[in-house]
Write a protein that binds this ligand. Structure first.
Ligand code: GLC
Length: 752
């Protein structure tokens, strides 16, 4: 039954705007309003029925731990995201959860980010498309989503208080873009505001974000909820657009709202608006459903994990393992796998596949003998004895597979990483084992990318598993033995050094501020634009077969759109999946554009010897930049190079096209410089003629490349007007734009 807010008292209404419990909204039984349940998390339901916390400390009900976002991001496959969303909806409903707190779409601006495991990528398009698929599937299953953390919550250091100081263009093009896509294409039931400040204003009180942008520009009609404990001043937050403050209970917040309305500081209509949105969540709450087939979900988790792992290196075709006589498995993570991150997203997995067991199972069918050496102990930094035993055994085996990665204690919600190298004990183990082994494979388990530099050249193959969820142990074994084909691609660049990263000097900030000094040049946008080498680029990943990408065709569709077709041929002997990556490279417009930016992608399975034709649409956003003075997206007229890339650093094919663009010109005023005026399509020619005639009188000519002209071109127009003593009139100039003189310009003395 839909409750009528008009029948509620102010106090009843105010009580609805703060949680009733840690994981629930407030019920108003006398009005027939039930409470609904919200629970984490993005890759598994963390339903707590006894004891509550939002840090992953207390018990939660058993649930399937699917691949976290870091893995799904590496799948580059919207179908993977959708399957997880659909399965989570079933498990959430079975556990009585109405809103699932995910997905997280913050951007990985630094590999040190403690929660990078919970986010998809360094690229907003990849993040936005995967999150949209997840939200659509989750909500189709009847469970509401909560896209988070809005906005610019890209670090854990001081996350409750830090101000993310981000210029408007960077905010729009990089840090809001994925949210915008999810909101406008999937309509999430809720948007979760973040803990941090954005340009000094707490996200929970940021009217510009929560109302002007989210609702005014993007047309959002759902409910804005807070991160747990993010609201500082409840009335201020309500006025900014924050509908539901979590967690509860919130008698103090309720009273603060009642007082604020009673005193006239807050309009009761603002309360009513928020109540409408919260009641819409209550009305939409799904009915509890029967428990899903958790065995089937576990099998799905294993299948999807295999789609996510990234084969970084495979020298001498060491992988897939081809019936070796013996395999030595080394590493604690082979028996105690890392498969998820720490903090609020932590799932009480129904079961966890142990890599060694599945390696032994595959080996048994191939007559391969498997031995194991622990190699290191994450609790014991030295581990000399374990290492020496592993090295001794390594000399006996045909292939050694070392399981390494980030210990859980090094990366989690709540704190950022200190380094990107593996622990020294692991590095030493890898190097010493590889020095004696015939062939060495390293399997990595890590939430954020790790540096490979200290040992990369010592080993034959590297399989980057990131964190693969509870089925990851079996998936890794499937991939090692070729039962599955690696098809993942990096969604985050692996740099040579932390010093090479674009945020090395700015992350994680100081004295309450973190300056996004890299601007739009996040991740591959940075490395590509300054032509800096990396260990493995965004979009990199190998498979067990080979492909040929050919016959690229680009067709312009109107002033600001295009479509791309290519043929992908599997020239190898095994089936496989290939990720077609389309980038756009341009310098059109009055702003510095990255060398290239991802514009579209898709993943296709191609059978050996077969070919498939792929077509991708490039919408206008693929060509647009955010124009700050105009406060809007603009596609400027110009040349755009459409590129099909093997990854962000290797272009396979490209074709330049000319786009008419939006026909929008940034406003010219007399404060703009002469160069901008000369470049203006309407004003430029007559102004050029006038300047030319003035210069002719003094015996010189208008040589654009001459020092004199280059100096003049950089000067504000109103200064030149003063210098010409009225020979060029401001009114005349503005008339060229069809504009009338403005008082500001008059005050500038342009008519003296
Ligand atoms: C946590 C996290 C958020 C989570 C919420 C509830 O602090 O930042 O992602 O959904 O609180 O646990």
């Amino acid at each position: 039954m839909k409750a009528d807010p008009n029948t509620l008292s102010l106090r009843q209404k105010a009580s609805l705007l703060t949680g009733g419990g840690f994981w629930s909204t407030t019920a108003v039984p006398e009005a027939g309003i039930d409470a609904i349940v919200l629970s984490d998390g993005p890759h598994g339901v963390r339903r707590q029925k006894h004891g509550t916390d939002h840090l992953g400390l207390e018990h939660s009900e058993p649930a399937t731990c699917f691949p976290p976002a870091v893995a799904v991001g590496s799948s580059w496959d919207e179908e993977v995201a959708a399957k997880i969303g659909a399965a989570l909806a079933k498990e959430a409903r079975a556990l009585g959860v109405d809103i699932l707190l995910g997905p997280g779409v913050n951007i990985k601006r630094s590999p040190l980010g403690g929660r990078n495991f919970e986010y998809y990528s360094e690229d907003p398009l990849l993040s936005g498309r995967l999150a949209t698929a997840y939200v659509k599937a989750l909500q189709a299953g009847g469970v509401g989503a909560s896209v988070k953390h809005f906005a610019a919550n890209d670090q854990e250091t001081d996350r409750m208080v830090i101000s993310a100081d981000v210029d408007e263009r960077t905010l729009r093009e990089i840090h809001l873009s994925a949210f915008e896509r999810v909101v406008t294409e999937a309509g999430p039931a809720t948007v979760m505001c973040s803990y941090n400040r954005v340009n000094g204003v707490p996200a929970s009180e940021n009217r510009r974000l929560l109302t002007d942008v989210l609702r005014g520009e993007w047309g959002y009609t759902g409910a804005v909820i807070s991160d747990w404990g993010a609201v500082r001043a409840r009335p201020t937050a309500l006025s900014a657009g924050l509908d539901l403050s979590m967690p509860g209970p919130g008698e103090y917040a309720t009273q603060a709202l009642v007082d604020a309305v009673t005193s006239g500081r807050v309009e009761e209509s603002a309360v009513d608006r928020a109540v409408e949105r919260v009641l819409a969540l209550v009305d939409a709450a799904p009915h509890e459903a029967a428990a899903p087939d958790l065995d089937a979900h576990h099998a799905l988790a294993r299948e999807l994990a295999a789609e996510c792992a990234v084969l970084l290196k495979n020298a001498r075709g060491v992988l897939p393992l081809d019936r070796p006589a013996s395999v030595l498995v080394v590493g604690e993570f082979a028996t105690a796998p890392r498969y998820q991150g720490g903090g609020s997203s932590h799932v009480n997995a129904t079961r966890v596949d142990v890599p060694l067991e599945f390696i032994e199972a595959h080996a048994a069918t191939r007559g391969t003998r498997v031995t194991y050496a622990r190699g290191f102990d994450t609790r014991d930094e030295d581990g000399a004895a374990l290492r020496e035993a592993a090295v001794r055994a390594a000399g006996e085996a045909e292939v050694v597979v070392v399981f390494a990665g980030n210990p859980e204690a090094e990366e989690s919600e709540g704190f950022d990483r200190e380094r990107i190298e593996l622990p020294p004990s692991q590095v030493r183990l890898i190097k010493e084992v590889a020095a004696v082994a015939a062939r060495t494979v390293v399997v990595l388990a890590n939430g954020g990318v790790v540096s490979l530099e200290e040992w990369h050249d010592d080993v034959d193959a590297i399989l980057e598993g990131f964190l693969l969820g509870q089925g990851g142990g079996a998936a890794i074994a499937d991939l090692l033995f070729g039962e599955a084909d690696p098809s993942g691609r990096l969604a985050e660049t692996i740099p040579h050094r932390l010093q090479d990263t674009p945020t090395y000097l700015s992350f994680p900030g100081e004295q309450g501020h973190v300056r996004y000094s890299e601007g739009v040049m996040v991740g591959y946008r940075h490395y590509g634009t300054i032509d800096a080498p990396v260990r493995y680029p965004f979009g990199h990943g190998l498979g067990y077969t080979e492909y040929e990408v050919s016959d690229m065709r680009v067709r312009v569709d109107g002033p600001a759109g295009a479509s791309v077709e290519v043929t992908v041929t599997n020239t190898g002997v095994r089936s496989g999946k290939y990720v077609v990556q389309v980038y756009v490279s341009t310098q059109a417009g009055p702003v510095r554009r990255p060398e290239r930016a991802l514009a579209a992608f898709t993943k296709v399975r191609v059978e050996p010897g077969r070919a498939t034709r792929v077509r991708l649409e490039l919408d206008r956003r693929a060509f647009a930049y955010w124009d700050v003075p105009l406060a809007r997206w603009v596609v400027p007229e110009g040349t755009y190079v459409v590129q099909v890339g093997e990854n962000a650093a290797t272009v396979l094919h490209e074709q330049a096209v000319h786009l008419e663009g939006d026909g929008v010109e940034p406003p010219l005023s007399l404060q703009a410089n002469v160069g901008e005026w000369l470049a203006h399509p309407a004003a430029g020619p007559p102004l050029r003629a006038r300047i030319g005639s003035l210069m002719a009188r003094s015996g010189s000519d208008l040589d654009d490349d001459g020092d004199e002209m280059r100096t003049v071109a950089s000067m504000p127009m109103n200064q030149i007007l003063n210098l010409t003593g009225g020979a060029i009139d401001g009114d005349w100039l503005l008339s060229l734009l069809g504009a009338s003189p403005t008082s500001t310009d008059e005050q500038e003395g342009t008519h003296s």
